[in-house]
Structure formats: C-alpha cells, structure tokens
Write a protein that binds this ligand. Structure first.
Ligand SMILES: [Ca+2]
Length: 106
C-alpha cells in the first residue's frame, strides 16, 4: 500500500526542534488553517482553498483528493482533527517509527 502523495518530510526536524508537544500543537494549528470553519472539518474545498497557506499549493486536485481519501477513516468525506493528525504522521515515515502513538491524541 503506497501513497502517490509525496511531501518533504519536515515533521522529524520539527519534532526535534519543537518537541512532540510542540509538534502536535503545530499540527493542530495546521488543521485550524485548513478546515472549513462552518463544517469544523477539512473538506476537499477547504483543503484546496487553504493548501497554499501551508506550502501545499503545488499539489494537484487529484493529489489533494488522494490525501482526503487516505486520511478519511470514517468515510464521511471530510477530515476531522484526529484524522488529519494521523494522516500527517503517516505521511512522515521517519516520524512513524518514532513517537507516532502520542500524536493520535491531537
Ligand atoms: Ca472523516
């Protein structure tokens, strides 16, 4: 099971710099930036609209859709905060091997 979505793996260096608590805080801030304020969740539309603010602006529509599909665990078509944090950690293979379990409590 591979992902076609590739990111610079910035989480490990952020984790080293900020500590795990700080990193979780950053991920939660990222969620706040990307979500649709009315829905309280990240939708494809809100992701597309706000991706550039997180440096994801170069992703194509199909890549954004792939992200949504990968992250959406309960199948409601949107990412809630937990799903988003888990997705971010999953996209960071190095971090996965380290302290990923604590991230699930975002
Ligand atoms: Ca969902």
């Amino acid at each position: 099971m591979g992902s076609s979505v590739q990111f610079d793996d910035f989480l490990p260096s952020m984790a080293r710099k900020l500590g795990v608590e700080g990193l979780i805080e950053e991920l939660c801030k990222g969620f706040q930036l990307l979500m649709d304020p009315r829905a309280g969740r990240i939708t494809f539309q809100s992701l597309k609209r706000n991706a550039a603010r997180l440096g994801l602006g170069e992703l194509r529509d199909d890549e954004l859709q792939e992200m949504m599909r990968e992250g959406d665990m309960d199948g409601d078509g949107a990412l809630d905060q937990t799903e988003f944090c888990i997705l971010m950690v999953r996209l960071s293979p190095e971090l996965m091997e380290q302290e990923s379990y604590r991230m699930f409590e975002c």
